[in-house]
Each structure stands twice: as structure tokens, then as C-alpha cells.
Write a protein that binds this ligand. Structure first.
Ligand code: MN3
Length: 239
């Protein structure tokens, strides 16, 4: 094996064992601005919700994560690394780091998984489209399964489309700010690389949709950034 092939193989093995998306960089304790104006997702997601969600909720997870790390004298500040290995942290610090590092990672990705309606592909195309059709029968069936995962999540949490370690697509759901990368917390069968996630906490939709979570989910499909999902899929399957 030449050096190049060796490096390639080692990287693939490492990525596979950690489930960390190969396209994601370290995720430190700084907050990126929204990739679009807060009103850009109107009328599907309203500007005030976006402003509060990003500026208050997401920002608070980062502040509280910093506080939790400081209290536990943990110098590691990569939120992605933290969430993959929560169980190795001091027990007393695990709940706060689990919630707030999870919250930081989940929201950082969530903003990128949305884009103004009509600004990109209207649905999954190419290899991603083929994989969704062969896994779920059709795009509509996939949306039904994913939407149900979000609707049936009791209380607060997320619906996910993940790529499992054997390269299969799967719809899952987690409570609170848990994430499919959380080994030792999420069931083994539901671990994988998230390529799409939907925030179903009431703070994500209550101002506009009140108790009507299914209406929020139906509207949200209009602002899914399918180009970004396809990018995540390609990275997760290593192609
Ligand atoms: Mn949220």
C-alpha cells in the first residue's frame, strides 16, 4: 500500500468509527451569523421566530456550554468532539454539556439545512434522491416518515435523517438536544451522521403556528436546503 492509499484508508476508518461528518470542521464556542436574513424564510418561518431562535436560544446554549466547561475545568472547546464522547466526561458535568453542546451543534447545522424557498433544488436530486427513493419508496413517503418522527416526538426534540455506519439512510428522532452522534446516549441502531434535522421544540414554531406542529413541519419543507443535504450525504458516504 502506498502512503497516499494508507492515509486515505486510515482517514476513512477513523471517520467511520467516530461517525463525525467528514465535511464538518471543529465547532468552537463562537456563533456564526445566520446564513440569510431572518425574514428570508417568510412566510414559512417568520422573522421574529428566527431572530429569537438564533439570537437568544442558540446563543444561550453557547454561553451555557462555556460556563459548564469552565465549571468542570475542561479545556476542550470543540462541541462536535464533546458530543461524540459525553460519557468520557466527569459525570457531574455531563447533563449540562450534553444539553448545551448538543444545542450548539444542532442549531449550527439547522440554519444551514434551511434556505429561502425557491433558492435551490426543490427536492433531493442525484444520488441522494435515488437513495431516498430506494429506502423510503418515494420522496413523499420519506417526508411522511420524517414528518411523523417530528410530530410524534413528545415534548421537545428533533427529527433526523441520518446515514448509519453501514451507509444506509434512516429516519430517527431524539429528545431535547440529543444528537445521533452521541455514543452511549443514543441507541446503537440510531447512531449515524445527521444530514438533515428538524427542530420541533415549541420555540422553533410557536409564535406563528402555536400548537399546530404538523402545520409547521408541512411549511418547513418549503425551506429545506436540499443542496446542503446532498453535500452532507456525499460526505457521509465518502463520495
Ligand atoms: Mn431550537
Amino acid at each position: 500500500m502506498n502512503r497516499r492509499a494508507f492515509i486515505h484508508t486510515s482517514t476513512a476508518a477513523l471517520t467511520g468509527s467516530l461517525f463525525v461528518p467528514s465535511n464538518s470542521r471543529a465547532l468552537d464556542l463562537t456563533q456564526a451569523p445566520l446564513p440569510y436574513a431572518p425574514e428570508a424564510l417568510e412566510p414559512h418561518i417568520d422573522a421574529l421566530t428566527m431572530t429569537i431562535h438564533h439570537g437568544k436560544h442558540h446563543a444561550a446554549y453557547i454561553t451555557k456550554l462555556g460556563d459548564a466547561l469552565k465549571a468542570a475545568s475542561i479545556s476542550k472547546t470543540d462541541a462536535l468532539e464533546l458530543i461524540t464522547d459525553i460519557r468520557s466526561l466527569p459525570a457531574a458535568s455531563q447533563p449540562a454539556i450534553r444539553n448545551n453542546a448538543g444545542g450548539h451543534v444542532n442549531h449550527t447545522w439547522f440554519w444551514k439545512w434551511m434556505a429561502p424557498a425557491g433558492s435551490g433544488p426543490q427536492g433531493p436530486e442525484g444520488k441522494l434522491g435515488d437513495a431516498i427513493q430506494s429506502t423510503f419508496t418515494s420522496i413523499d413517503d420519506f417526508k411522511k416518515v420524517f414528518g411523523d418522527a417530528g410530530t410524534k416526538r413528545f415534548g421537545s426534540g428533533w427529527a433526523w435523517l441520518i446515514v448509519t455506519k453501514d451507509g444506509k439512510l434512516k429516519v430517527t428522532s431524539t429528545p431535547n438536544q440529543d444528537n445521533p452522534l452521541m455514543k452511549g446516549i443514543v441507541e446503537e441502531a440510531d447512531l449515524g451522521t445527521p444530514i438533515l434535522g428538524l427542530d420541533v421544540w415549541e420555540h422553533a414554531y410557536y409564535l406563528k403556528y402555536q400548537n399546530k406542529r404538523p402545520d409547521y413541519i408541512a411549511a418547513w419543507w418549503n425551506v429545506v436546503n436540499w443542496a446542503e443535504v446532498a453535500k452532507g450525504y456525499a460526505a457521509a458516504i465518502g463520495k
